[in-house]
Design a protein around this ligand. Structure first.
Ligand code: GKR
Ligand code: MG
Length: 425
């Protein structure tokens, strides 16, 4: 098998005005879609967060791997490593490294090709399924009114159900509970994650307590302030949430601070910010900074690296969960294929998908039933990309004028003078 062509498409998908520690989501979330075409006419697909730096790196990588065999992943990885520049995760809630994303996009597309060439789903190439259905969590956000994209701020009164509720503002505990009810009614999620870091810690504690009151102790709850709290505030908030949270995600910045909170509060700590690369693992052991690591094939460098992370978690007694950013169905399929293959990925995975639902580029988006995605039976990732939808999302990219994610600039549009602070409260 030989790679004969690679197409890279930047796309922009409508995204509502969601609040987080770094500011506000723009009206469009940016993604990069890669299609690797084999000489025998098969297409393998990958999807990663969009940015111009990543796009440039992906083009560079693509030039070098054309002609290679998609089954030769070690050789492809070595080629990519030889091109990679050192880059940093950064202080934002999302991972800003370029090359791990490039490696992931290419590896996932190669797996899709490999699966299609032998008529087997990706999960079988990862060792086979340990679960047929992958459960996800309801991912709640404080938000301004509006649906994103061409709707921007403001509401379309004609839309109902989750898609109507998705446009509502949620700026207090009541708004968060209403958002949870609508999302759970539509998707059937069995656990809840609240994106924090948007308001003072006590407001977010009240929202978690309101969720507990509304949904009871059988619905696991998580809170993620994206490392924007001081150690003392995180301990004070955490003390009120002992016995309430399933896990406490990145309340503070850095492994040493996480370890201090972990010692003081009786809730497992989780991270997708302080332990995010293999080079961070010795520090994780030395500090005992978290009990749970959120995997993410997009920024651990693909499926095989995620399986390596799973082995680390098993050996060193870490739980494993899964992180997400705003995404479309190619990423959702890849997340499901990976999660189905990892025995110790025992927490409901994160997904932003409800916020992007209805704008997907798949011919048939993967359905959620009872909060879970069933593994598609078709070979590879098990999905088919609708080229007209892809072209429309690409036109959105060209029209929207965004080239990088910058939540600070978006926030300044609603709160002039607002600036990101790496530790705020
Ligand atoms: O989409 O605003 C967001 C999230 O804050 C995202 O950027 C984070 O990477 O979901 C993420 C997280 O768990 O930290
Ligand atoms: Mg997180």
């Amino acid at each position: 098998m030989r790679i004969s062509d690679i197409h890279i498409s930047p796309v922009a998908v409508p995204d509502p005005p969601l609040l987080n520690a770094a500011g506000l989501h723009a009206p469009y979330a940016l993604r990069l879609i890669i299609e690797i075409v084999s000489a025998d006419g098969l297409s393998g697909w990958g999807e990663i967060p969009g940015s111009e730096a990543t796009r440039a790196a992906l083009h560079l990588a693509a030039e070098r791997i054309i002609g290679m065999d998609p089954w030769q992943l070690n050789r492809i990885a070595a080629t990519l490593e030889s091109l990679a520049n050192p880059d940093e995760r950064g202080a934002t809630p999302w991972d800003q490294r370029t090359w791990v994303h490039v490696q992931s996009a290419i590896e996932v597309a190669c797996y899709d090709l490999m699966g299609k060439s032998v008529g087997r789903p990706v999960v079988d190439l990862l060792g086979g399924a340990v679960r047929e259905r992958v459960p996800f969590a309801a991912y709640l956000f404080y938000k301004h009114e509006g649906a994103g994209g061409e709707f921007g701020f403001g509401r379309d009164e004609s839309v109902s159900g989750w898609f109507g509720a998705r446009q509502e503002a949620a700026l207090d505990p009541e708004g968060i509970v209403a958002q949870a009810r609508a999302m759970i009614a539509h998707y059937g999620f069995k656990s809840i994650k609240l994106k924090g870091g948007a308001f003072e810690p006590q407001v977010e504690v009240e929202s978690i307590l309101a969720l507990r009151e509304a949904f009871g102790p059988d619905v696991p709850l998580r809170l993620d302030p994206n490392a924007i709290w001081r150690v003392d505030s995180a301990i004070q908030a955490g003390k009120q949430l002992e016995g309430v949270l399933e896990y406490y995600e990145d309340p503070v910045r850095g492994q040493a601070n996480m370890a201090t909170v972990a010692r003081a509060v009786d809730i497992p700590l989780a991270t997708n910010m302080c332990t995010t690369a293999f080079a961070d693992l010795p520090g994780s052991i030395a500090h005992q900074s978290e009990a749970i690591i959120l995997s993410d094939h997009h920024f651990w460098g693909g499926f095989r690296a995620s399986l390596d992370l799973a082995r680390f978690c098993a050996v060193f007694g870490r739980g494993m969960s899964m992180h997400s950013n705003s995404h479309l169905g190619i990423s959702l399929a890849a997340m499901a294929q990976l999660a189905a293959a990892v025995p110790n990925l025992t927490y409901d995975c994160d997904t932003h998908y409800p916020w992007q639902d209805g704008y997907d580029l798949l011919v048939e988006p993967l359905p959620f039933e009872d909060g879970a995605v069933g593994l598609p039976s078709a070979p590879g990732l098990g999905i088919e990309v609708d080229r007209d939808k892809l072209a429309a999302l690409r036109r959105n990219y060209l029209a929207c004028g965004l080239t990088e994610r910058d939540d600070e600039i978006e926030m300044q549009k609603v709160q002039p003078g607002w600036t990101f602070q790496s530790t705020r409260w």
